[in-house]
Every structure is written in C-alpha cells, then in structure tokens.
Design a binder for this molecule. Structure first.
Ligand code: ARG
Ligand code: GLU
Length: 721
C-alpha cells in the first residue's frame, strides 16, 4: 500500500515539473520521447536528431555564436530575431538608408548584403567522449591543475575526431564536468542580410516591454547562407551561391491553441540549475540586489540625458538597452525566487539527499561531505563574490575607465617592447578608442561616474576601496561631482581631437603624456586592489566550489534516482519541450497565451520612440488585409507563450509543432519567470515567441517580399485530409 501511494504521488507530481529542462538532442529517444509523445508530439526522436539521415537538427544553426537561427527554404534562407540581426542591420544603416528605422528588403539575390564576421554553425554529430577525456584524471585534482590535465585529453580527443575537411570540432564538459561530448560542426561564413522590418515592428515596445508579457513585437530578421559552388563553406565571394540545405523547415499556417505541443530547438547560453540552496539565497539577497542597485543608478542618469538630448539618445540607445536587459531580468529573478520560495524548495531537496546519503555507508563516504563543504565555501566566498560584483558592475559602466585601460596598455606595451611594442599595440588601440569616443558624452559619463562612486565608497565593502579614490573623496569633502568634474578637465583623452593629437606623438612622448593622466593611475589602483585582494581568494574558493559541485552533481544523479537530469546550458544545442499555456503571475491575475494585432494598435503612441507604428501597418490593420495568415475568426496573431525552458542564446530559436513544422520564433521570457535560469517553475515560467504567421504577414503584406514567400513551404497540419 505504501509503495502504491509513493508511486501515485510520483505520477501526480510529475507533470508539475516535467516540462523543465534543456535536453541533449541525441539523448531524447532514451530520456524524453515518451513524455514528449504524451504531451502531444507526433514525430519520433529520430526525426529530431539523427546522424544517419537528415533530421530537424540539420535545419537549426548557431547564429553568430550568440543567437539561434533556422533554415526555412531550399535556398538557404535563415530566420532569426530582429535583436539578433540588429548589429548587421545597423552596420548597413546610414542617414540616407536608415534600415534600422525604415526596415530593409532586398529585391533580388544581388541586393542581399554581406556581413563580414557573421557566421552560422550547423551541428553534424554529437559523441559521448567522457571515458576518453576522464582517462587518467585524478579525482582530487582541482583548479588549474585539473583544467590542464583535462585540456590535454580534450585536445587529444578533438584531434582524433573523424571529420570532413570542411568540418570542425570541439569537446565540452557537461553536468559540472562529469561528462564530456564531442561536437562535429560545419560553419558557413558568408551570411547575407535579406530583410528586416522597421524597428517600430521588430523592436516594438523596446525596453518598456522587454521581458514583459503580453507582448506585441515582430522580433525577426531574414538572412541567407551562401556557399561555394560545391555547396561547401567558403569565405565571402561574389561568386558564392545560395546554400542548399540538408533540411529546411516546413511552416505551419494553422496556428496554435492552448495546450498544443511546442518544441524549442536552439543554443541556450548559461544556466545554474544545480546550485545549493545557500547559493540561490545569496544571489537573491546579495548579488542580484547589488547589481540591480548599481545599474539602477547608471540607467537613471543615462535616461535623463537621453530624454533631453536627441544626439545622446542615438549615442546611448544600444548601451542603455544592454544595461537594461540584465537589470530587468535580475529584478524578475529576485521576484520569482522569492514568490516560488526557491530557498525552501532547495532546502527540502537537500534534506532528502542528505537523508538518503546517510542511510548508505558507500554514499556517506562519497557524498557525506558535499553539502557541508559547499555551505562553508559559499559562506566564506560571499564577501569576495559580492565585492567582485561591485567592482565589475561599477567600473564597466564608466567609459573613461575603458579608455584609460586602452591607453595604459600602450604604456605596458612600450615598457615591454619599446617603440615596436608600442606601434604594434597602437594598431589595436586606435579602432577601440575611436569606436568608444564616437559614442561618448562627457557629461553623461561624468554623472554616471559620480553617482557610482557613492555606491563604491558607501555600499561596497570599505576594505576593498582603492586608496586613491578614498583620498580624492576626502580631499573634496565627499563632493563626488566636483571631484569628477576636475578629473575630466585634467584628463582629456575622451574627445576625438585629443586622441588624434596623442597618437601623432612619437612613442616616448605619447607614453610620457599618458603617464601624466591621473585618471589612469586611479583606475589602475582600483584594478590592482581587485586583482590582489578580491580575485585570488574568489578564484581559489571557486575552484573548490567547482570540485564539490561536480561531486554534488554526481551524487544527485546516483542518489535521486526518480529524477531525470539535464545538463546546465553551455551554448550547445538543446531541445526544450512544453505546451502553449496561460499563466497566473499573482493572485487574481491570469494572462492569456496569445496576443493579437489589435493589441499592437492599443499600445500605439504616435511619435513615441518605443510605441510608434508604420502607417502601412495601421492601414493593413484597418483593411484587415491579412491574406492567408489570419486566424479562423479573421484576426491577426502576433505573439504567444508556452512552458519551454529557455534562456539567453535561445533567441531566434525555431518553435516547432507536434509534427516538427515551424510555428514561431523564440525571443524572450515572461518577467516573473526569469528565475528559470536557477529554478524553473512550470506554474510561472513562460517563453515568449512571435507567431510565424505574423512574420509571414509582415514579409508578404507589409514588405511585399513575395519572392521570399515563394521559397518557403507552407503546410496545414491541422486540416483533416
Ligand atoms: N530580453 C531579450 C533577451 O534577453 C531581448 C533583448 C533585446 N531587446 C531589448 N529591448 N533590449 O535578449
Ligand atoms: N532575449 C534572449 C536572447 O537574446 C532570449 C530570452 C531569454 O533569456 O530567455 O537570447
């Protein structure tokens, strides 16, 4: 009877967290296929990942190493997010051809625009090489020693990997380095921009709507892979031809309904699902709040300037968005961890682990020390990890420091390599300085600097404050604004003219001039304290933590046998599955699972920089001219949400239906569920996708790019034959 109850409890509790996970595609048939089928999937694991024949994985690419893309035509057409293609669009944007503002649509292959440095990578094969990499590795090795031994084995495995001359490979650790996999890849380096909607569609809602549901963003852009005449990867050449893929995705025009099966295929960047309770609590109460407070100050200052000054708005828009993105995510994370009581949940889990381990001598021997050790180490490391956050967050927001570090590297190069060393380094420094100076506003940077010094000296641990900064603030009676003002006057290496003059000097003169800048010494002093008093202890403790996390992972997999484990995200290819679902972020509030063009219009604020709309879109809305892309009731779908477990890097990921047809592009998560990087909770964690029919409607009806539509294969899986 007891057994039956335990079994029933297990069954009942399964669905609550069964959609969690970023799974390895080659292990789906072993671990996930039956659950996926019970959620509605109609294809086999072999159709998703196969090494023997073309499968869905052959249509999924790592886009530039930071996002995901998918092949949607036999001529190598690739879809990704607008925010993933943003830099490429920006590079082609000029005042006359403002593609960011107005959108861009090539009218023929010839008009597709080249993007030096941009690449897409296919995954050809994934092999388990754990045995080979672990061979001869002493279990007690930690830190750099272990890393060196492992790296040597990894290199040997990688060198021996079977692959075609057009292919590359790499080995990566999984499950806190308890397992290793070899990835054989093929990278195409001629990736051209085909089309992008105006930002008023592709970035609609901008920072206000970022991380927020309900969402109304058409976050997509279109690229094309080009190959040599033999269809193999080739450097850019005007003679290259559109790539013929092994597999391209069919597109479903039938739309989505609540509880429909969804599969997200992509390259999630980094998660930390197996942290002990204490680490999660530290993130919630110490690390996140410190980082949020610092960014809050920087954003408040920058925002005030951007609203007053059009020039500053242009210069700082992209920097602002970058600072804001994590800032807002961490706030959601703290909220989610608090509401879901992650600490208590993790503690219960640890108590169960400890109980089981204690009951078996062999486990006690191997795992008895794990949690006490981790608890002690996280406690000891807390002041260093927080000090590290303060240092990194504060100084990375001060652009004068970036410039100072560049100039300082010239001094070092001169000291080590004389004139030659200086000249060589200068070639690298000039472009970075030029790029930084171009979008630099001294008033903004000064105000950010002054505001953050207050945090540095009052909120951060005073034991780690740089003496130069403490002394300066004493001299100025705590008036940071006055101090910083004088500092910028005496250190004018932030405007183009001064930089140009500096670089015209001969090396000895230039180095003497650089040495006279007091700001450089000040930043070096702060960096020195960080490198000598924070980083070494942090790194040493962290090496220990990594060792115990590895043993903890091994222990969990051995002891918590009822649980299925998936490895933390590490920018390798993964599959997340789930269902289209509503959610309740707080008492009395339920969010629908889909949005509509009607909602786009409801948010419209003419002339606003976040919520303006193109006239043409408004016209199409008024005429209800949606072609084949509307819902059955004639309305126009825009975005939807589901329970797929995703993170940064999953942007642009294809969202597939039960049959493997494309139904959307992943681009964000709902705010209340961003804690899923640490603690996934099926009741509030939702990924946000743009409906593929909205994408097609924009391409076809808004942009008139029929030639692209004609390349694609549309299907109707829901229409009974
Ligand atoms: N939050 C999404 C992600 O993490 C979108 C970021 C880009 N959009 C923005 N408004 N900052 O990448
Ligand atoms: N916007 C994220 C990206 O660029 C995806 C959203 C998330 O973090 O889940 O990858």
């Amino acid at each position: 009877m007891k057994k039956l109850i335990a079994f029933l409890l297990l069954i009942v509790s399964l669905p609550a967290f069964a959609d969690e996970g970023m799974w390895l595609p080659q292990l789906l048939s072993k671990l996930n296929e039956s659950r996926m089928k019970s959620l509605g999937m109609k294809i086999s694991a072999e159709e998703i990942y196969s090494v023997n024949k073309g499968s869905l994985k052959d249509a999924v690419v790592s886009f530039g190493g930071f996002c995901t893309g998918e092949v949607i035509s036999s001529k190598g057409l690739v879809l990704t997010n607008h925010h993933c293609g943003y830099d490429a669009v920006q590079d082609h944007t000029t005042l006359e051809n403002n593609y960011l503002r107005d959108g861009f649509w090539s009218k023929s292959f010839n008009e597709e625009l080249t993007n030096p440095g941009l690449f897409v990578t296919f995954i050809k094969r994934i092999d388990d090489v754990t045995k080979e990499v672990m061979a001869g590795i002493d279990k007690n090795l930690i830190g750099p020693d272990r890393q060196a031994a492992i790296s040597k084995n990894m290199k040997a495995v990688n060198d021996a990997a079977k692959k075609a001359s057009t292919q590359e490979s790499f080995v990566r650790g999984f499950f806190e380095d308890n397992q290793y996999y070899l990835f054989v890849t093929e990278t195409y380096k001629d990736v051209r921009l085909v089309g992008a909607p105006p930002s008023s569609i592709g970035k609609y809602g901008s920072d206000t709507d970022n991380w927020v549901w309900p969402r109304h963003t058409g976050d997509f852009s279109v690229f094309r892979i080009y190959a040599g005449k033999d269809n193999a990867p080739a450097e850019y050449s005007k003679d290259n031809v559109p790539y013929t893929p092994v597999k391209s995705l069919n597109i479903s025009l039938d739309g989505i309904a609540e509880n429909d099966f969804t599969l997200v295929f992509g390259f999630p960047g980094r998660t930390q699902q197996y942290l002990p309770a204490i680490a999660v609590e530290q993130i919630r109460t110490q690390n996140d709040p410190a980082k949020i407070a610092i960014r809050d100050r920087a954003l408040t200052v920058i925002d005030a300037f951007m609203r007053r000054d059009e020039q500053i708005k242009i210069q700082y828009a992209s920097k602002y968005a970058r600072i804001q993105n994590s800032y807002k995510k961490w706030q959601g994370e703290v909220l989610g961890l608090t509401r879901a009581n992650a600490f208590a949940k993790k503690t219960d889990y640890e108590n169960e682990f400890t109980k089981r381990v204690a009951a078996k001598p062999e486990w006690k021997e191997k795992y008895g020390e794990v949690l006490p050790s981790l608890n002690k180490l996280y406690e000891e490391n807390l002041q260093y990890s927080v000090a590290r956050d303060y240092y990194n967050e504060i100084f990375s927001k001060i652009e004068l420091q970036k410039l100072a570090l560049q100039l300082n590297s010239l001094v070092t190069a001169y000291e080590n390599g004389g004139d030659k060393g200086y000249e060589a380094r200068l070639q690298r420094v000039i472009p970075v300085m030029q790029e930084t100076v171009k979008d630099f506003s001294a008033p903004v940077d000064k105000a950010v600097f002054a505001s953050l010094m207050d945090v540095y000296l009052n909120d951060a641990n005073k034991n780690f404050a740089a003496p130069t900064i403490v002394a300066a603030m004493e001299k100025y009676n705590g008036d940071a604004t006055k101090w910083v003002d004088d500092l910028y006057k005496a250190n004018q290496f932030y405007d183009s003219a001064s930089v140009r003059n500096l670089f015209l000097k001969n090396p000895a003169e230039a180095v003497a001039a650089i040495r006279s800048f007091t700001a450089i010494n000040l930043f070096s002093d702060a960096a020195d304290i960080y490198q000598k008093q924070i980083q070494p202890t942090y790194n040493a403790k962290n090496d220990e933590i990594e060792k115990w996390q590895r043993i903890y992972m091994e222990g969990q997999m051995e002891v918590m046998t009822e649980k299925k484990f998936y490895p933390d995200a590490n920018s390798t290819m993964r599959v997340a599955y789930g269902q289209v679902k509503t959610y309740q972020p707080r008492d009395g509030v339920t969010f629908d699972y889909k949005t509509d063009l009607k909602g786009v219009m409801e948010k419209y604020v003419p002339g606003d920089y976040e919520f303006d709309l193109p006239v043409k879109l408004i016209d199409l809305y008024k005429k209800k001219d949606y072609g084949a892309y509307a819902n059955k009731d004639g309305s126009m779908p825009v975005c939807f949400i589901a329970t797929n477990h995703t993170t940064g890097g999953n942007s642009g990921s294809p969202v597939l239906d039960a049959y493997g047809n494309l139904i959307g592009l992943n681009f964000d998560r709902a705010w209340e569920g961003t804690m899923s990087d640490i603690n996934y909770d099926a009741s509030i964690c939702r990924n946000i996708m743009v409906d593929i029919r909205y994408v097609l409607f924009i391409i076809d009806k808004f942009a008139g790019a029929k030639r692209l539509i004609e390349e694609m294969k549309m299907v109707h899986p829901k229409v009974k034959k």
